[in-house]
Write a protein that binds this ligand. Structure first.
Ligand SMILES: Nc1nc2c(c(=O)[nH]1)N[C@H]1C(S)=C(S)[C@@H](COP(=O)(O)O)O[C@H]1N2
Ligand SMILES: [Mo]
Length: 513
């Protein structure tokens, strides 16, 4: 048996990867104390999220959905493993260089962590501790790996075999320690989440209830008028969901105001609370996409709070800031024009789910989420559009973005097969805050046929629509368009989501017969 050049790099390489893994595990443990966002993988991932170049228009644009984030963390981990492998190989002959490699890793993690919004000096601790542990572990495993190598004579000795056994054993111990640190860190961190605080909350009764729900379209395959929380789309830049304890939460309204105010959770609960159905839409929604949902929100009208603070006349932008430093800017005038712009604490009868902004978020009818719907909100700063660009603006998105008139076919699905005869075509249409006046469906190149509209509780929600179609055998294309209450019909012109929302008509192809 020959233990030649290949294995001579494999063992040190594995030692490097193991050292990196245990470093991350140890960092995770320290991050229990210093905050989840100070863990190096999350901190570096956060920096990457914030610096995705604006021209990368097809990647994650104005959105980081749940999947983008998982992909980012896995991608970062794979890159790190490759780096650690090289450091491990270096450690065999050029120890100082390997230590330099680890120091660089620690430095990058520490720098990322300490520059994240809300970070303090302690944020460097997980990266530094991880790097120190990595040096010790790598040194030990490297010695084991070297002892397991065949020397120049090429003959295998009992010592070498024993050395290999020891290497494998110690690698196993390191792997177990990594898993223990990682899992332990997770378990400890989950005890520090706000899930328990949320479970203890009793929402105040609404001082004004939402109108009763109108009869809905219940065709099989139709999307319900109210989106259940667990099915509500989730979009944000947060790699770890912010944990904001209501007991220490405050909302500060400041900047260009006559009377800066700060309210606590207890004070918020004493304010008038209205219940409103409002449809929330993401600017990154493609035509026919599902980054939209309708919920019953419980919240206090933000207008009254702003009025107390007294924005100066020049303050045309209300910048909302979340606990993790994300910002969005809403025209001050929109928040005060009488629409149901809410500082919301309840969603479909429950406290806000943590992923949807617990304990408090903004909901503003008529504007895309990235310019209005700040989750985990802690601050509203009155300023001017000419003085401050919120998070997505320097990344190529419009500073102002009312929701465009859109419609979607939910049933039949694209590519469906249907027997000839009567087929119910149904979907939703929205022009939030303007309201939907009409929905029409076109089969192939036929005339536009007017669909039935379900009643909506207000202009601030989407409307369900349906149409009975006498389907003949063959392949058909169904197309939908909506007209809003301003009389404007949805444009067939196709534009992508950037910079201020996609347009075009949704269509599905159905095989009948
Ligand atoms: N703190 C914070 N709030 C945020 C975002 C974010 O990245 N961070 N994204 C916004 C965007 S782009 C949208 S579309 C909505 C989505 O809200 P939801 O996840 O509750 O559906 O939240 C908005 N509020
Ligand atoms: Mo969004």
């Amino acid at each position: 048996m020959h233990d030649g050049g290949v294995k001579a790099t494999i063992r040190p390489g594995l030692a490097g990867v193991a050292a990196a893994a245990v470093a991350l595990g140890v960092a995770e443990l320290f991050a229990v104390v210093t905050g989840a966002r100070s863990a190096p993988l999350v901190a570096v991932g956060g920096v990457v999220v914030d610096h995705v170049p604006a021209p990368v228009k097809d990647f994650g644009i104005a959105v980081f959905g749940v999947h983008d984030k998982t992909a980012l963390i896995i991608g970062t981990a794979v890159l790190l493993a490759a780096y650690a492998y090289v450091v491990g190989v270096l450690a065999r002959r050029r120890w100082a260089l390997a230590v330099g490699g680890i120091a660089l890793f620690g430095l990058v993690g520490a720098l990322a962590a300490v520059t994240r919004p809300g970070a303090g000096a302690a944020s460097v601790v997980p990266s530094v501790a991880g790097a120190l542990v990595a040096v010790a572990v790598l040194r030990h495993l490297r010695d084991r790996a070297v002892a397991a190598e065949i020397d120049g004579s090429g003959t295998e000795t009992y010592e070498m075999e024993e050395g290999r056994r020891r290497f494998v054993r110690d690698l196993g111990i390191v792997a177990a320690a990594t898993a223990a640190a990682g899992i332990g860190g997770r378990m400890l961190a989950s005890r520090r989440t706000v899930t328990t605080a949320r479970a203890d909350i009793v929402l105040p009764p609404a001082t004004e209830s939402a109108p009763p729900l109108p009869p809905a379209v219940n065709a099989p395959g139709a999307v319900p008028y109210v989106t259940p929380n667990r099915r509500f789309y989730r979009i944000d830049t947060a790699l770890v969901t912010p944990q904001v304890d209501p007991d220490s939460w405050t909302l500060r309204i400041h900047g260009m105001v006559r009377n800066p105010i700060t309210i606590t959770w207890a004070e918020l609960l004493k304010r008038p609370m209205v219940e409103r159905y409002v449809t929330l839409a993401c600017v990154s929604n493609e035509v026919g996409g599902d980054l939209i949902g309708n919920a019953l929100w419980l919240g206090t009208p933000i207008k009254a709070l702003l009025d107390e603070a007294g924005p100066l006349p020049e303050a045309d932008q209300a910048v909302q800031r979340s606990s993790d430093g994300w910002t969005c800017g809403t025209p001050t005038a929109v928040l005060r024009d009488g629409r149901d712009a809410l500082l919301a604490i309840g969603m479909n009868g429950e406290p806000l789910p943590v992923a949807h902004g617990f304990p408090a978020r903004m909901v503003v009818p008529g504007l895309y989420g990235y310019v209005s719907a700040c989750k985990w909100i802690t601050e509203i700063e009155l300023t001017r559009f000419s003085d401050f660009d919120a998070y997505w603006v320097p990344r190529g998105w419009s500073a102002q973005a009312p929701v465009k008139t859109q419609s979607r076919i939910d049933t039949p699905r694209d590519g469906a097969r249907k027997p000839a005869g009567t087929v119910t075509v149904a979907g939703v249409a929205w022009a939030t805050h303007r309201g939907i006046a009409k929905v029409e469906v076109q089969v192939d190149d036929g005339p536009w046929q007017t669909a039935d509209l379900a009643p909506a509780v207000s202009a601030d929600t989407w409307r369900q629509w349906s149409l009975t179609w006498a389907a003949s055998a063959g392949r058909h294309t169904l197309r939908v368009r909506a007209t809003d209450l301003d009389g404007v019909t949805q444009t067939p012109l196709e534009v992508p989501p950037a910079p201020d929302g996609a347009t075009g008509l949704h269509q599905v192809t159905v095989d009948v017969g």
